[in-house]
Design a binder for this molecule. Structure first.
Ligand code: AMP
Length: 216
């Protein structure tokens, strides 16, 4: 057989092997949940290293697009500046693209997604397409007044317009209760909801979250 054809066959087998591997590889996918200011981003950065997961923050992806003045960034900014959610259509499309960028992932920590029922449904379908699932929603529980205080404090250094104004911060918290908080029921119905006290030092909270992660 000519050498080129042998190489071609080998390549085909490799593609097939990778496809099978991807289909059978067990991923651990976590939704790190909670209202704005609960500490999702901080904890996701620690947990992604500890558990070798890919961290996807939809807020970070939007901010990256705003910084780079893309069309998506301009659209997202018009909602974010008011403390409102960006529409589901664009958010879901963007999230899917971020997941697809990481075909080799052991799993994902989703931070700030899903935030609506439609997003939770879309995420379930996306995971199913990957022969995978969301293993757990782990929620950081923090009182509203502590959240507002934390965000105002963060606003002094974060450079985020949506952290700088108390009225916008309160609107973000209100938006969470209007559209997002109900998602707890979605995961409770599947026995995949875990609530964790989100008040304490970063290390204390990581330890509480790790207890849940280690049981999965
Ligand atoms: P965050 O960085 O998670 O606090 O998100 C900042 C802002 O980005 C939010 O207030 C929303 O305007 C927008 N955003 C982030 N994630 C989502 C999402 N899953 N759905 C809709 N809007 C989002």
């Amino acid at each position: 057989m000519p050498r080129l054809i042998i190489v071609q066959h080998l390549l085909n087998y490799r593609v097939l092997y990778n496809l099978i591997l991807q289909k059978t590889k067990k991923m651990t996918n976590i939704v790190l949940f909670g209202p704005p200011g609960a500490g999702k981003g901080t904890q996701a950065e620690v947990l992604k290293v500890k558990y070798q997961l890919v961290h996807i923050s939809t807020g970070d992806v939007f901010r990256y697009n705003i910084k780079n003045q893309t069309q998506l960034g301009t659209l997202a900014k018009s909602y974010m500046d008011k403390g409102h959610l960006v529409p589901d259509g664009v958010t879901i499309k963007m999230l899917k693209a971020e997941v697809e960028k990481n075909p080799e992932a052991n799993g994902f920590v989703f931070d700030g997604f899903p935030r609506t029922a439609a997003q939770a449904e879309a995420l379930a379908i996306l995971m199913e397409e990957k022969s995978s699932q969301i293993n757990a929603m782990v929620a950081l529980e923090v009182d509203d007044e502590i959240l507002v205080g934390r965000l105002l404090e963060r606003g002094k250094t974060s450079g985020r317009a949506d952290d700088a104004d108390e009225a916008i911060i309160r609107e973000r918290v209100a938006e969470y209760y209007r559209k997002t908080d109900i998602l707890k029921d979605f995961y409770k119905a599947k026995d995949r909801y875990f609530g964790v006290n989100g008040v304490g030092t970063i290390q204390e909270i990581t330890a509480r979250l790790s207890e849940v992660f280690d049981r999965l």
